[in-house]
Write a new protein. Sequence first.
Length: 344
Amino acid sequence: MPQATVEPPRPREDPGRTAGALLVANAVPDLALHLEGTPDEAIATAVASIREHDWRSSLPADPAAIRGRALPLALPAGAGAWEDGFADALLALARAIPLGEARPDPGAVAVVGLPVDRLEADRLADVAEVARLLGAIGLRVVASWPSGAASGALAEAASARFVVSLPYGRAAAAALAARTGAAVVDAGLPFGLGGTAAWLRAVGAATGREALAEQAAKRDLDRIVPRLEWVVPLWTLHRRVAFAGDRLLAGPFAAALRELGAEAVEWPCPGAAPDLVVGPRPVVEAAIASGRPHLEWGFPSPAAHALNPAPRLGFDGVPHVIEAMINRLSLCEVLAGIDLQRGR
């Protein structure tokens, strides 16, 4: 008789839209959110998830304290993933934050939509990496939304000539630019080698810095690519990696895998089992139940924290992402070998 296929359990519901909005409050220390129609119990549950995910969280455990901060924003409640709530909160902030008189500086940019889901060293390294990339083409970042800075620092966006929009904050970037008269630059997400190079070139083209962008991309590719050449044949070629959790990162992640000779597959995977499952805690729990190698990555990840800078974005993010995956693959292979020896 053919062997029955055991379907892996589907991951539990993610923390959802409420948690996404609160992630922005977590990353803007003086921000208050009034989540209309959302009971305190749901807010408390989301806050608990964030505080487990972010050991440096700025959120108090008491929902009443969150509602009582300096800059109240009204947000509608509703179903959705954390990315939706994150975008909601950034849009409300862009509409309500006091900006003062707009005085655009030709070389100044504001970056809106950085996926800062915690204040640990990994996500703050993403803020620094995006600023480094823009600095390499002669642009000065005057405000990063969000970045752990208070609303007064975010208001420096009023002096930006350009608003660089990342996918997590497109509506907010448009709303902010409408208030300040800045030009919006939407170049996608700087993730992976090719993705970051394309992003940098697109920003360069939109800001009149095409030659600088080409030079900067070449310098970083020449610096990073040689460090990865041995990795492809040993660890990534023909690997199948299931990625789940962050829908805005899924496409760039798949493209980055293709650069390394690997393939991105769905999770749960209808075909052959993947070599590695990458995703947040609910996805990891399903992978564990299915006996698949797994890497906890994304929000929420209460078992994975960062004391040292480890960006995901930009050229400098590439080796960190690959390092995390191949170390987990290596560990799982070692553990499988130990189990095999014990079975004998």
